[in-house]
Design a protein around this ligand. Structure first.
Ligand SMILES: [Zn+2]
Length: 78
């Protein structure tokens, strides 16, 4: 049997998902898939996904092509 993780987040009154996110953040990894995060809190894939998700939710029309997620996206495609 796997022993439970015992760390600074174990006894926090938050959900298991939130604890996962906090642990990933502490270890500089993507808060969604756990791969190493380039910068910020997510890997490039999820950075882009989060951006597009937020665009729809907030009804945004403009695209700021010099922001991090676009730059990283370009550097991957090139
Ligand atoms: Zn990810």
């Amino acid at each position: 049997m796997r022993r439970p993780i015992k760390d600074e987040f174990t006894d926090l009154p938050v959900s298991r998902q939130r604890k996962y996110q906090l642990r990933m953040q502490r270890d500089k990894r993507c808060t969604e898939c756990g791969k190493p995060a380039v910068q910020g809190s997510r890997c490039v894939v999820h950075l882009v996904k989060a951006r597009e998700r937020q665009r729809i939710k907030r009804g945004l029309k403009r695209r700021y092509y010099n922001t991090l997620s676009y730059q990283l996206e370009r550097s991957l495609a090139a």
